[in-house]
Design a protein around this ligand. Structure first.
Ligand SMILES: Cc1cc2nc3c(=O)[nH]c(=O)nc-3n(C[C@H](O)[C@H](O)[C@H](O)COP(=O)(O)O)c2cc1C
Length: 338
């Protein structure tokens, strides 16, 4: 049978499927269930920096950093009671999750400024987290804030956390950066051991009758995988660290594509909400079957085989692809019209 273990963040994982941050892992029973189903690691739901700031009521320092979007966002935050966990509750959850299962537990922090929550990353480590995933969500709403400012802030944030802890730090990125290879290289220099591609950007929807702007959260479909594959394929071989792919991974075929693009692991959330936690086992069975049929000895040997540096023709990854795709489409259209 094909060996499907993968290396991620310096750890040998039993397979490529990591449970992504989702409320599903707020229950210890679910965490046990995830391990039984074959999850190789679990990223816990994020603790938000704003939550820490609200708890400690020491906002002054953070606000004086000039991050107006941070200050604005506080006005829209849910009441504290809406948050599922408090700071101490979160740490206790890390401890209990650690005790409940043998697979790695990754704590997740959502931060915007390198304030007091760096200390909290240390507390997560002390509570037993095997690694920390920084769920970064930089949203520039201020015209004075340049792209370079946003990136510098992110690199500083990652650097300060990476210095504060000894466990590996992964950085979950949003898709909207201009030069991702450059940014990822800087993050790596700052101490990141992996990049997680990509955070999903939950755009609010408009209600045109009530003239209200509403948050909208929908589960992903596999079509969201394509930009992740593209970027992983470009980054593979240019980073020393690992690449994790999250967003649109629902099937064994999706997992294989993610690994062939260059991912070490995938992080799944939506598929588990839709099909249940046992879906992990079904995807792993399909994955093993596919690999066995083609006589692969290991899953790891397929890693990066479709990356930009491995394929003979790189044009599908580059500008040529854009031109080719558009021109082939207009040809088809013309044929259909006549
Ligand atoms: C209900 C829900 C809650 C989520 N909460 C978090 C979170 O706390 N932190 C985080 O980094 N990502 C969070 N995510 C994003 C997922 O971890 C995942 O990266 C994203 O949904 C893409 O993967 P998917 O296509 O498998 O859903 C959440 C997703 C869902 C559906």
């Amino acid at each position: 049978m094909t060996e499907i273990s993968m290396q991620y963040l310096g750890m040998k994982l039993s397979g490529p499927i990591v449970v992504s941050a989702t409320p599903l892992s707020e229950s210890i029973d679910n965490i046990r269930h995830m391990e039984d189903a074959g999850a190789a690691a679990i990223v816990l739901t994020s603790l938000f920096e704003e939550q820490l700031a609200l708890e400690s009521r020491s906002l002054d320092e953070d606000l004086s950093r000039g991050t107006e979007s941070f200050a604005e966002s506080l006005g829209y935050l849910p009441e504290m009671s809406d948050y599922r966990m408090t700071q101490e509750g979160y740490l206790e959850h890390v401890r209990r999750a650690r005790e409940a299962v043998g697979i790695p537990i990754v704590a997740s922090l959502n931060g915007a400024t390198p304030g007091g929550w760096v200390r909290f990353a240390k507390e997560m480590e002390d509570a037993g987290a095997h690694a920390i995933e920084l769920n970064t969500f930089a949203l520039a709403t201020d015209r004075k804030q340049s792209a370079a400012d946003v990136e510098a802030q992110l690199v500083e944030l990652v650097g300060s956390v990476a210095k504060a802890v000894t466990v590996p730090v992964a950085v979950k990125l949003s898709q909207s950066y201009t030069s991702l290879p450059h940014l990822c290289a800087r993050l790596e220099e700052a101490g990141a051991r992996a990049v997680v591609l990509f955070n999903r950007f939950y755009q609010p929807d408009f209600d045109i009758e009530t003239l209200e702007v509403r948050p909208s959260l929908h589960f992903s479909t596999p079509s969201e995988l394509l930009p992740r594959l593209h970027w992983a394929a470009i980054l593979y071989g240019h980073l020393k660290g690992d690449i994790a792919i999250t967003g649109g991974v629902h099937t064994a075929e999706n997992v294989l594509k993610a690994v062939m693009a260059g991912g070490s692991v995938v992080e799944m959330a939506s598929a588990l909400h839709i099909h249940g936690i046992d879906h992990i086992g079904r995807v792993l069975a399909d994955l093993r079957y596919w690999l066995d049929q083609r006589e692969y000895a290991t899953l790891a040997e397929t890693r990066g085989c479709l990356s930009r540096r491995s394929v003979p023709d790189t044009s599908p990854y580059d500008r040529g692809n854009y031109i080719k795709t558009l021109s082939s489409y207009s040809l088809r259209q013309t044929k259909a019209a006549f």
